[in-house]
Design a protein around this ligand. Sequence first.
Ligand code: GAP
Length: 505
Amino acid sequence: MANDDRLKKVIAHAKEYGFVFPSSEIYDGLAAAYDYGPYGVELKNNIKQYWWKSMVQYHENIVGLDAAIFMHPSTWKASGHVDAFNDPMIDNKDSKKRYRADVLVEDYLLKIEEKNKKDIAKAAKRFGADFDQAQFEATNPRILKRKEEMENIKTRLYGALEEGRLDDVRQLIIDLGIACPVSGSKNWTEVRQFNLMFSTQLGSTSDGASKIYLRPETAQGIFVNFLNVQKTARMKIPFGIAQIGKAFRNEIVARQFIFRMREFEQMEMQFFVRPGEDRKWFDYWKEERMKWHLALGIPASEYRFHEHEKLAHYANAAFDIEFNFPMGFKELEGIHSRTDFDLKSHQELSGKKLQYHDPELGKSYVPYVIETSIGLDRTFLAILSYAYQEEKLEGGSERTVLKIPPFLAPVKIAVLPLVKKDGLAEKAHSVLEDLKTDYNCFYEEKDSIGKRYRRQDAIGTPYCITIDHDTMQDNRVTIRERDSMKQERIPISQIREYVKERLHF
Ligand code: GAP
């Protein structure tokens, strides 16, 4: 299935089966805002729980926090977001479309890289088993020329961005002959910086009102509470503070479904360490977070690390974990070494000490911070899009199935009496009553059993339990597994044990 088709199909399926709806759809929707439906909210909650358990419950030295979305405006001055949380934007005068200037150049770089990849693949085919890729890359003149060209472009782009030379960024776009993907023209405006924070007024709109921002990241709530948490939870460095919550960004180019939204949810953890130990912990969390993703059972080939060349204003090292979304490899999570930038800035602007007294070292210092920051909505999209499968079955029929990892599935068990009469519905209800205290279950007695199985496949329910006439005699049910569609007959008394073994993460 072509990638574009796949994304379209996932979006349509998410809507049809109650996972994700466009926001305020009856008014034709609101760009880049989405609502999570009955199955979407279950999947989202299960992802949150998986993250929270892995980070907080399984680590003795990580505790949680739920800070307010509104924060004192000075927070965003200290964090650098007022001055530096900008995207360089450029408009095409013909299509009236707006683009991130740096992304236009980065897309151009990707095209050059693709050419190199094609040449490497061709050579590998030609030379067969004798092919030495490293040597080929180091000696092939065409590859070397392209690599040099890419380096020159990067130096120009990142140098200009770093020093705020926006006219040079525009000139680079013109020199490279980059055209608008919509109009095909090279008729570009100036490049301008847009701050991504949403602002509003606190209090009445009279003179006393002050401008505040909707938080663009949850992290700052953790930084300003660093000492509150450290003291009250009696934490010793190294320790972490985890938080899940909404963040808001006035993304200029918001697109690709729930991948880039203006209101989204983050799951962030700030890990406070001794100065000088930041690199060690950065490497540790980079690996740990990748393990968390792989534990979902999605193959490693769907993930990759990407090292940042242009660092955010607060970081001295940063890696993304990218996922192979239907639109290609894109950022899913960021692991950032944020130094002591945030705590120091808050200390300076607030005049309040944000230091930790290290009893082992016998001195006080401002800790360094390693951050892991993952988008909940992007994780949702990664899981949903990978899970979406269209299968041809024996006998020529087809099914659409969501192969969501069972422990994350919105509905874990569907209880289905074959028919309503002859006491089957009552029996099915007694099975349901027993299971629903521990699992999110679904009960349905309408339509043929085949149709009911298909509907459960479409929302990713891992187990369907069917109660038939034999059940009334032998107290056994048929349990059907979503992916293999295999059916087993087991005693009602063993259902709990059966599903418990298989729904554990
Ligand atoms: N505190 C660090 C921080 O916010 P980031 O790389 O800007 O870093 C972290 O964001 C994660 O939040 C990203 O990896 C992504 O998963 C998610 N994210 C960022 N912007 C988003 C948006 N507009 N829509 C959905 N998710 C977004």
